[in-house]
Design a protein around this ligand. Structure first.
Ligand SMILES: *[C@@H]1O[C@H](CO)[C@@H](O)[C@H](O)[C@H]1NC(C)=O
Length: 214
């Protein structure tokens, strides 16, 4: 009996630990971003008022503007852009790359990402957690699909002279993005330069120079 109880508890614990977004408890729960009620996710709009348009996003055919410091642009389609995604545990993005542009090292705290190259050649990689910090990297061609496991730091680089395009799907309605350089060197307010100097094993001056760029 107590064994049953224990394995039951373990099962619950594991299913919670392995799950990403919670599963829906109804057919849909279209996000009502105007509700003053705060919940984990977004409050549902009255189902009687839900329209087909709540499940529609238009514009993923449009290229993002890549004229920025890194030479890439992510057009995200998360619950913020597509209210019908609320509680469904999924979202997507289009990533445009200028020639030799990069999508800098970043992590999605709440999602695994699966990426499909639809134009160009893209070098991708992710690094495992501190046990090994092992780098897995691959040069992808048009048609190739690569997966970045949930939470791990990953990056992409266009290794061609033309534009590159990728379409990604993510296992959360709101994957979140932590761009490593911005979070570490561009936090608001700054992390003390002496902390970063020790962490990165460089002079405080080097840290301050990097901080000044964010
Ligand atoms: C991405 O492209 C959109 C649409 O052109 C633009 O409004 C936005 O500023 C761009 N973002 C970055 C980071 O360049």
């Amino acid at each position: 009996m107590s064994h049953l109880l224990l394995s039951g508890l373990l099962l619950v614990t594991f299913s919670l630990a392995l799950a990403s977004d919670p599963s829906p408890l109804q057919d849909f729960c279209v996000a009502d971003p105007n509700s003053p009620v705060l919940v984990n996710g977004v409050v549902c709009k009255d189902p009687k008022l839900v329209k087909a348009d709540d499940f529609l996003f238009k514009g993923l055919n449009v290229m993002g503007n890549t004229m920025n410091a890194v030479g890439s642009n992510v057009t995200a389609v998360t619950v913020a852009e597509l209210p019908g995604l609320n509680t469904l545990g999924i979202s997507m993005a289009r990533i445009d790359f200028a020639p030799w542009g990069i999508n800098p090292p970043h992590t999605h705290p709440r999602a695994t990402e699966i990426l499909n190259v639809i134009e160009g050649s893209i070098l991708v990689g992710f690094v495992t957690s501190n046990l090994e910090n092992r780098l897995f990297t691959k040069l992808l061609q048009k048609g190739d699909v690569f997966v970045f496991p949930e939470g791990l730091i990953h990056f992409q680089k266009n290794v061609g002279n033309g534009y590159a395009i990728a379409i990604a799907a993510l296992s959360s309605q709101n994957p979140g993005v932590i761009t490593i350089a911005n979070a570490v060197f561009g936090s608001n307010p700054d992390i003390d330069a002496d902390i970063l100097a020790k962490a990165f094993q460089v002079d405080v001056k080097v840290v301050k120079e990097i901080q000044s760029k964010f």
